[in-house]
Design a protein around this ligand. Structure first.
Ligand code: ADE
Ligand code: ZN
Length: 328
């Protein structure tokens, strides 16, 4: 496998609370005097889960060890630093105010920690980070509305988007339209997880009912040619996370993963790690796998970074500067 470490990488889909490797979760738990959830890690110090709903529970088990703005600073800084070492130049991180609120951290405190870390990582590692505030689908539309209201009431230039993760089988995207309207009307880029656990109908619902320009995952769009046409014509980009899809058994192995077919269909897409330690991946590994398993050339990988940046929610001036870095 060629070393693709130097290739400039762009990540648009990664959950901040899901970036913490087990040793960091342990460190935070000790620092905050918290007992870890029973069975969170196995004997090899890996998160324990066997299906999507167990994964979501393990995710919450890690997130509950965060207790201060400093914790948010530290996990953001550690993640951005590791991405920079893998050649990433731009990263958008999903941050969930619901997870912060569950352990008594205010939106302001969470945000201040993240913002400080973005500045520190830019200074120390020349990586640009931005935040997508995310709601959690299984917590329901009311909670999502509060999250969107909080986001627009306390704007910060590093908060550039609004998203939704969580259990795709619950509720309809339409239920979340009030939250998305607030975000979109205030100028935030919008994305939603769809077509990961559920089929193409889930992507149709998201793109027809919500003001999104990106879809988190969306891999199962490949099952519906008309949907592919719609994504292409509406210029909706897919945030593809191959390692996550295999780990969560959306596909049994890479030979049947639709990454190449989506590229062939002309769909704008990015490569992403989703929740790196849960899925034994990283942004560097995703690009490496692009080169090895999917046999993408360096030029094709660079084009993926370029498509990702074009779909990014960062302001146009910063985007232009980042695009220049891809050309050097
Ligand atoms: N939250 C964190 N990771 C997620 C994923 N892969 N799908 C849905 N919600 C998530
Ligand atoms: Zn995700």
């Amino acid at each position: 496998m060629n070393d693709r470490l130097q290739l400039p990488k762009v990540e648009l889909h990664c959950h901040l609370e899901g970036t913490m490797p087990p040793p960091l979760v342990r460190r935070l738990a000790t620092r905050n005097g918290i007992q870890l959830t029973d069975g969170l890690f196995d004997n090899n110090d890996q998160f324990v889960w066997t299906n999507f709903s167990e994964f979501l529970k393990a995710y919450d088990g890690g997130a509950r060890c965060l207790r201060t703005g400093q914790d948010y600073h530290d996990i953001t800084y550690e993640y951005l630093s590791s991405c920079a070492q893998q050649g990433a130049i731009y990263v958008e991180l999903f941050a969930s105010p619901d997870h912060a609120a569950a352990v008594g951290i205010s939106y302001t405190e969470m945000l201040e920690g993240c913002v400080q870390a973005i500045d520190n990582a830019q200074r120390d590692h020349q990586i640009c980070g931005r935040i997508i505030i995310t709601c959690v689908r299984h917590l329901g539309p009311g909670q999502a509305l509060s999250v969107a209201q909080q986001m627009v009431a306390e704007p910060h230039p590093y908060v550039v988007g609004f998203g939704m993760g969580g259990d795709e089988t619950l509720h309809s995207p339409q239920d979340f339209l009030p939250a998305y309207r607030i975000a979109s009307d205030a100028g935030y880029g919008c994305t939603a997880h769809a077509g990961e656990v559920c089929g193409p109908e889930s992507v149709w619902a998201a793109i027809d009912q919500l003001p999104v320009t990106r879809i988190g995952h969306g891999v199962r769009s490949i099952e519906d040619p008309k949907l592919l046409e719609a994504l292409y014509h509406r210029n909706i980009a897919l945030e593809i996370c191959p390692g996550s899809n295999i780990a969560l058994n959306v596909y049994p192995d890479y030979s049947v993963h639709p990454l190449l077919a989506l590229l062939d269909a002309g769909i704008s897409l990015s490569l992403n790690s989703d929740d790196p330690p849960f899925f034994w991946t990283s942004i560097g590994k995703e690009y490496q796998r692009g080169a090895s398993t999917f046999q993408l050339s360096e030029q094709q990988l660079l084009k993926i970074s370029c498509m990702a940046l074009k779909a990014a929610f960062v302001d146009e001036e910063t985007k232009s500067q980042l695009l220049l870095q891809l050309k050097n």
